[in-house]
Design a protein around this ligand. Structure first.
Ligand code: DGL
Length: 273
């Protein structure tokens, strides 16, 4: 079973930030990525709809014979993880728990900020995960929906991005959080700007890095890692035409995106077209 791939999905291109960390940490592993580009964004949709999408995608990836599923999308992790865990017999890793664990490890004051999509923030999934680990923690949250289109547009360091960040982060800054969880796939691209706006005393927690660590640990514990001398292959599937995904994805992944195939999830076999 160790020769099987790691499955990973997101609402679109953002999950490539999580894939990038997994490839960096586990270069020997094959991966199969699915980006639901026809139905993005998830951050504005109801938990019921996002859960239905997530279950459909998991079914598609299971047919690709995966040994572990990574829910790279924070919104899907926030609302659909328990449904996926109930239905799947392989390990399912979301991004919330690893990010929360890291935040609790690094905070000194116990005042932790969390930013994410409207859906992630509304779910309170990060707050619950942090409080489970450290009941005395004070968690302050802020939805930052405009960060998603800014990151996709490549507007990560211009005046519009700066004003947006200053406006979204004002309350968290005033509340003097010492740790800020980047609770959305896209936010790592805005890390330098967010860090600058929050100031040097605030530690940013990248859920993508922590998730890659968790994946490595689970596969290691279960003896499911491929030998280190191997070099993994990476396959990409999307639900809309691939052009936009390829253009933005190369930036998110750092220019290493391979062939991208469009698939229809309605097609029972999930075959590529
Ligand atoms: N991938 C989503 C997340 O991490 C952001 C984009 C969307 O709203 O679908 O929450």
């Amino acid at each position: 079973m160790s020769w099987q791939a790691i499955g990973i999905f997101d609402s679109g291109v953002g999950g490539l930030t999580v894939l990038r960390e997994i490839i960096r940490k586990l270069p020997q592993e094959d991966t199969v990525y699915f980006g639901d580009t026809a139905r993005v964004p998830y951050g504005t949709k109801s938990p019921e709809t996002v859960t239905r999408y997530a279950v459909e995608i998991a079914g598609f990836l299971l047919k690709r014979d995966i040994k572990l599923l990574v829910v790279a999308c924070n919104t899907a992790s926030a609302v659909a993880l328990s449904a996926l865990k109930r239905q799947l017999s392989i390990p399912v890793v979301g991004v919330i728990e690893p990010g929360a664990r890291r935040a609790v490890e690094v905070t000194r004051s116990g005042r932790i900020g969390v930013i994410g999509t409207a859906g992630t923030i509304r779910s309170s999934a990060y707050t619950r995960a942090i409080k489970r680990l450290e009941p005395r923690a004070e968690v302050l949250t802020q939805a930052c929906p405009l960060f998603v289109p800014l990151a996709e547009e490549g507007w990560t360091d211009n005046l519009v991005a700066r004003l947006t960040a200053q406006s979204y982060l004002k309350d968290l800054k005033e509340a003097a959080v010492d740790t800020l969880v980047l609770g959305c796939t896209h936010y790592p691209l805005l890390k330098p700007l967010i860090s600058e706006v929050m100031g040097p005393g605030v530690t940013l927690v990248d859920s993508a890095e922590e998730t890659a660590r968790t994946v490595a640990k689970i596969l290691g514990d279960k003896k499911l890692l491929r030998p280190e001398a191997e070099k993994g292959n990476h396959h990409y599937y999307v639900s809309d035409i691939p052009a936009g995904f390829i253009r933005v994805g190369n930036r998110f992944l750092g220019g290493r995106l391979g062939d991208v195939y469009q698939v229809s999830l309605d097609d029972e076999n999930g075959d590529s077209r």
